[in-house]
Structures are given as structure tokens and as C-alpha cells.
Design a protein around this ligand. Structure first.
Ligand SMILES: [Zn+2]
Length: 257
């Protein structure tokens, strides 16, 4: 089967674009780039999950109060990846909502099994919350956990950074006033694998939420409430929405507890 593998130069070009502006504030670009490359090298050499370290990283600049610099770099990465993905989830292709917690950064090869790739640029994508819940730490490959080099060619599953979606999966979503039907059709072995392992459930969850007026209304209210600024309220809201999604997956009969 012919693989749709993006040439390395293009991938490197995307990474260069991110590293040239890895923070929304121009005067902090150099610091952000240094931090990113240091954490990336540390993850690769020590086989430690450095994503946590980046998330918790704080720094003061010229007498300013400490700022959550790592989270700010991740926010810049999220924006960059959303641009590459043209605003759609990397797995289910639905539109990503413009709220950080609704578009988590996802590690294609999980941080749990492959901590050395926790900061690997090609391993990072943005997906919707449903896909993030469903995939969780699942790995679809048999790459040894001790692998030192990130795979360049993958033929046993769909990899959103290395494959072209439209070549592998056909997505149709029909929406009327009161009904939504999402259909995914695998065009290749990798596409069929994604449909079997992942998209079948996502389509069920989509229908379950969208076709139940009370549930979709509740989700709309929660989405609106996500404008709150108080960090503790944001955390509470996030945890609540998370639990709701887990419950929806349970109802839809996923294998996730
Ligand atoms: Zn999705």
C-alpha cells in the first residue's frame, strides 16, 4: 500500500515556523525557544516525560511576578497546531471549539509508554475532548517502548502528523434541525483501523449528544460558562465537563471505564 508520508523537509519547516514564534509575546520568543529545545533534549536523553515539567514551568522576567511560562508556550503551540489542522480535530475532523480545555494537545504515541517522545514535535496534535477521552493512553502501534528515534513511516495505523487525512478516511456529517449523523469510512488499512478502533465510538457519542436536546442544551450552557476567569472555578468546570464526557462514553459503550 502506498503511504502518504509527508517529506521530512515539510515537517522540519512546520517545526521551524513554531520555533520562530513559540510565544505570543515577541520579546519572549528566544526564551521560549530555548526552553522548548532544552525540554525536548532532556526527554529524549533521559526518557522522562517532560510535558509535565513544561506545564509546571514558571519564570520571572526583570522583576515581574513569576508567570506560568510553560503554559504560555503550550498555548502558543496549541494555536500553531490548530492552524496546521485548519481548525479541525486531527482524528474526527469536527471543528475545534475556541476554548483551550476543548482542544487539548494530544500525544499520538502516549507519554506513558513513550516518555522520550513527550516533547517530540511530530508527536503532537490537537484533538477534540471526545477524541482525547476515547484515545487516552491507547497506543495503536507495536513500536518498542525503548525506541530512540521517532518513526518516519507508519503503515499499521493512522498518524495525523505523517498521513494525509483525506487519503485514508472519508468523513460525512449530516446535520438537520434536530438530527446529526456522522459517518466515517476507511479508505486504506490505516483509515479502516482508525474507524474500527476510534471513530466508530466517536460517531456514536456525537449522535448521542447532538440528538438529545436536553444534553446538547446542557453542553451549550457549560460552554458559555467557560468564560469564567477565577482559576479554581475553571478547574471545577473543567473537571465537571470531563466527568460528563466520560459518562457519555460509558453510555455509548466504549471500552474506557
Ligand atoms: Zn475529535
Amino acid at each position: 500500500m502506498k503511504l502518504m508520508h509527508r517529506p521530512g523537509a515539510e515537517i522540519d519547516g512546520d517545526q521551524q515556523r513554531f520555533l520562530s514564534q513559540p510565544h505570543k509575546t515577541k520579546r519572549l520568543w528566544a526564551e521560549a525557544k530555548t526552553l522548548w529545545l532544552a525540554e525536548q533534549a532532556c526527554a529524549e536523553t533521559s526518557r522522562l516525560d517532560r510535558w509535565f515539567a513544561l506545564t509546571d514551568y514558571k519564570k520571572s522576567f526583570k522583576g515581574e511576578k513569576p508567570r506560568e511560562f510553560g503554559k504560555e508556550v503550550i498555548a502558543a503551540l496549541r494555536l500553531h497546531l490548530v492552524g496546521l489542522q485548519k481548525g479541525r480535530c486531527c482524528y474526527c475532523r469536527r471543528w475545534l471549539q475556541n476554548v483551550a480545555h476543548a482542544r487539548p494537545v494530544e500525544h499520538v504515541l502516549s507519554r506513558k509508554d513513550y516518555p522520550q517522545f513527550s516533547m517530540q514535535y511530530r508527536n503532537l496534535v490537537v484533538c477534540c475532548r471526545d477524541c482525547n477521552q476515547k484515545k487516552s493512553d491507547a497506543n495503536w502501534c507495536d513500536l518498542p517502548h525503548t525506541a530512540r528515534h521517532y518513526p518516519k513511516v507508519i503503515d499499521d495505523y493512522f498518524h495525523p502528523r505523517l498521513h494525509v487525512y483525506d487519503t485514508h478516511i472519508r468523513y460525512v456529517r449530516i446535520e438537520t434541525n434536530d438530527t446529526v449523523v456522522a459517518l466515517y469510512h476507511g479508505l486504506t488499512d490505516q483509515g479502516r483501523h482508525l474507524c474500527r478502533e476510534h471513530l466508530k465510538t466517536i460517531a456514536q457519542v456525537d449522535g448521542l449528544v447532538s440528538n438529545n436536546k436536553r444534553v446538547s442544551k446542557a453542553f451549550a450552557r457549560l460552554q458559555a460558562a467557560s468564560d469564567v476567569r477565577d482559576p479554581s472555578k475553571v478547574r471545577e468546570l473543567d473537571a465537571f465537563i470531563n466527568e460528563l464526557h466520560v459518562a457519555m462514553h460509558r453510555v455509548a459503550g466504549t471500552r474506557r471505564p
